[in-house]
Each structure stands twice: as C-alpha cells, then as structure tokens.
Design a protein around this ligand. Structure first.
Ligand code: SF4
Length: 220
C-alpha cells in the first residue's frame, strides 16, 4: 500500500466517511486560506444574479422565458443580447462563449477560462499546494472554488452530484437564451445530463429534478 502513497506532505484532501460518499459527512485535510474580499464579492454578486435570473423556480422565470422566446425570434435582438451578454461576462468571468454556462458548479467562476484543461466536474489531480499544474503562477480554479464555498460554510456543494458534459453544439451562442429556452445541459434532455441534474444543484432542479423530468424518471 505504501508504494501507492506518493502524496505531498501537508497536502489538501477531501474525503467522505461511511459507505456512501455522496451522503456521508465530509472531512477536509487542511483548512483553506480565506478568499480575498474582492473574490467573495464577485462570488456573492454572481450567486445572487444566478438565483434571480437563472433559476427556473424564480417567480419571474416565466417572464424571462417569454422574453427569451421573443428575442430568439429576431436576428437583431438576438445579436444585440449576445453582444451585451458577452461584454458583461468578459468583464466578470473572462467568458469564452461556450454557450452552455457551468459557472454554478465552480462557485461562480468560468471553467472554460479559469482551467487550462476546461474541466467542469472536478480538479484534474495535478495541482500542487493549490497551484495549477499547467500554469503554476495561478491558483487551481477548484482550489479557489473550495475557498469560496468554505467562506459561506457550504462546502458540501462540491459533492452534490456530477456535472453534465458541455453541449458543444451551443458553442458561440447566447448561454442566457440557451438556459431560458431549455437548450443547455440543464434541460434534462440527455440521459447523462438528467442523471447529473437529479443529483446536483441544477438551477432547474428545485425539487431535485431537472425541468421536464418526472419523479422516478432517472438515468438507469
Ligand atoms: S458561458 Fe461558458 S465560457 Fe462563458 S462563463 Fe459560462 S462556462 Fe464560461
């Protein structure tokens, strides 16, 4: 067993206790550094925006859906919205316009611009002391995600299910429209996406299910 134990001294680890790692209480190997104030403000701002504008359970969700339908029908309105979205998300997230936004899984950071490997569903395992394997001058985006969740005592968000793969056909389209019109990974249309949504903090999953998905209708 010792032959396989090559982790660095004082490394940072997350592990569950008990048989089911999804429901077991979580232990952390090392207390993380508190994120900078600007990082926490960025996190809270985007989480708030997400809760009000990108949550199918929000009271105004039907309004956003109707508005999105109207915008989507006009090339001019669609282009204008995409431009506006792109400028805002460039400033806040260095958005790469993947069209299938997944910032909610990485504590409201962009996995496309923040991780050189574009990994959406967990750290690659190559980071050292919280530093990125590809660019050691940067913090690993998942290390920063943990710090953000830890600052609000919600680290369990990081083990709430798996993250569905990106829908590549949406590349360079408006992720806002894609969300509200049920075109992105959160619409539960693909088996794997439905499986993941049912187990994660999907914005469409107010009752633990994705939009359009019925109780008991899970990936098998
Ligand atoms: S739309 Fe894609 S590229 Fe843009 S912020 Fe969201 S995850 Fe990142």
């Amino acid at each position: 067993m010792g032959d396989f134990s090559y982790h660095p001294a004082n490394g940072f680890y997350v592990f569950g206790s008990g048989d089911d790692s999804r429901t077991a209480s979580v232990n952390y190997g090392q207390k993380p550094v508190k994120p900078h104030l600007s990082d926490r403000l960025h996190f809270h701002l985007l989480e708030l925006a997400h809760r009000f504008f990108f949550n199918s359970d929000a009271s105004l969700a039907p309004v956003y859906r109707a508005l999105s339908r109207w915008i989507d029908a006009s090339v001019f309105a669609r282009t204008l919205l995409h431009l506006f979205e792109n400028v805002g998300k460039q400033i806040l997230l260095r958005c790469r316009q993947c069209g299938d936004c997944a910032i909610q899984y990485v504590a409201f950071q962009c996995p496309e611009s923040g991780c050189p490997k574009h990994i959406r569903n967990g750290a690659c395992g190559g980071s050292r002391n919280g530093r990125c394997e590809v660019y050691p001058d940067r913090w690993c985006i998942w290390y920063r995600a943990y710090q953000r969740w830890a600052s609000v005592h919600r680290t369990d968000e990081m083990i709430r299910g798996c993250v569905p793969p990106r829908k590549w056909e949406l590349d360079h389209s408006s992720s806002w429209l894609n969300f509200h019109l049920g075109r992105d990974h959160q619409n539960g249309s693909a088996d794997f996406a439905r499986y993941c949504c049912a187990r994660s903090a999907c914005s469409h999953a107010g009752d633990g299910l994705c939009s359009g998905q019925k109780q008991g209708e899970l990936f098998t």
